[in-house]
Design a protein around this ligand. Structure first.
Ligand SMILES: Nc1nc2c(ncn2[C@@H]2O[C@H](COP(=O)(O)OP(=O)(O)OP(=O)(O)O)[C@@H](O)[C@H]2O)c(=O)[nH]1
Ligand SMILES: [Mg+2]
Length: 362
């Protein structure tokens, strides 16, 4: 593990820990990482594990109880600090639906923020077949995580598995897809190509990024650049918009045969498809050993309404949080003059999809 890196991969919860370790395997190289769980059985052999909620949960996990996971994490989140020495950007991987993934992620992101460390959160959402309780668990923390983190990717498992049917293969594809997004940051920094994005530039870029979507495609052959753009434009992972795109981060990963004209095709194609007047950053990765003869393009689209949505440009100085309408004024409809029905600080007279910023597909 590279203990000096300014970037840390942090897996949270049992499945978050599993995916973080899968990302590590997919990357195949030094990558600084830590994992945190309330379940001691996830600890593994190395010293990268942090047990959360020791006294409250005695290392047994939160059993799907998001409130007890959050309380347990609140008590013990400082345990993470020993893993954060010199960290300037944290990439958090978590799976929403259980207790710890949701409850502890929120506390971890708040802790990172308190220490001045920007965070990018990749959070999977449960399969539809997992049922309403797990869906509700996930929905209940999405907007809170979004408010506390600098950039968030919510990734429905139903989409991540890319049509795989056998469970084992489905989980492998889900991990591979998450890995293609997560590792982009390390590849851009550690294997820069002609167009370099260093750690500080990425840090500034994600500081006000907000909610994002991403997709990765790999192509080969003489028309590989145009085919990559075409596949990204049709990608289901980039399809569901919550709000207009505000900024784009594009990574072009290839071996020594990457052509300038290919970079041009990709830059033009992505901008034409996703917004010509939005902030656009492109970095290239030159990694002959991994991408020889192949071209991989990762497109990350960030929506309006991210942290400090009013900032003039991505990369500008950041301050403040996302502007939300004041509590009590949002979507109360015909309950406007009625007494508030509060539960855990939420106004239950406001429809759930508005409280949790969920866009309905009609
Ligand atoms: N990608 C992936 N997702 C998984 C896997 N196992 C579970 N999940 C997802 O992760 C969600 C959270 O499950 P867990 O990680 O077991 O729960 P937890 O966060 O550890 O929470 P508690 O065990 O309740 O403390 C589930 O609802 C699933 O959607 C896995 O092996 N891979
Ligand atoms: Mg668990």
């Amino acid at each position: 593990m590279n203990g000096d890196s300014p970037m840390l991969l942090l897996g949270i919860g049992t499945a978050g820990t599993r995916i973080a370790r899968g990302v590590l395997r997919a990357f195949g190289e030094n990558l600084r990482y830590a994992v945190a769980d309330t379940d001691a059985s996830a600890s593994g052999d190395g010293d990268e594990f942090v047990l959360l909620g020791g006294d409250r949960l005695s290392g047994r996990g939160a059993g799907g109880d998001i409130v007890s996971a959050r309380l347990a994490a609140e008590d013990s989140i400082q345990n993470l600090d020993s893993k954060l020495e010199g960290v300037r950007l944290a990439v958090v991987v978590t799976c929403l639906g259980g207790g710890t993934g949701g409850g502890a992620t929120l506390e971890a992101v708040k802790r990172l923020s308190a220490l001045g460390i920007p965070s990018i959160v990749f959070a999977t959402l449960p399969f539809m077949f997992e049922g309403e309780d797990r869906q509700r668990n996930a929905r209940g923390v999405m907007s809170m995580i979004e408010d506390a983190a600098n950039a968030t990717f919510f990734l429905p498992l139903d989409k991540l598995v890319c049509g795989a049917d056998v469970m084992d293969e489905a989980m492998r594809r889900a991990t591979d897809t998450v890995a293609s997004g997560v590792t982009l940051f390390w590849r851009l920094v550690e294997k820069p190509g002609y167009i370099k994005l260093d750690a500080d530039r990425i840090r500034r870029l994600v500081q006000c990024a907000g909610r994002g979507r991403f997709a990765a495609v790999t192509t080969q052959g003489p028309d590989r650049a145009a085919e990559a753009v075409d596949a990204l434009v049709r990608s289901e992972m980039l399809a569901t918009a919550q709000a207009p795109v505000r900024s784009v981060l594009c990574g072009v990963l290839a071996g020594n045969d990457l052509r300038l004209s290919e970079i041009g095709t990709i830059a033009d194609g992505i901008q034409q498809a996703f917004g010509e007047h939005v902030s656009f950053d492109l970095g290239t990765v030159n990694d002959e050993a991994t991408f020889s003869g192949r071209l991989s393009v990762v497109a990350m689209l960030f929506e309006s309404g991210g942290r400090d949505a009013g900032a003039a440009s991505v990369g500008g100085v950041m301050s403040g949080r996302r502007q939300r309408p004041a509590k009590g004024t949002l979507g109360r409809g015909r309950f406007n003059n009625a007494e508030r029905t509060e539960w855990h600080g939420e106004d239950l007279d406001v429809p759930t999809f508005i409280r949790h910023s969920i866009t309905l597909d009609f």
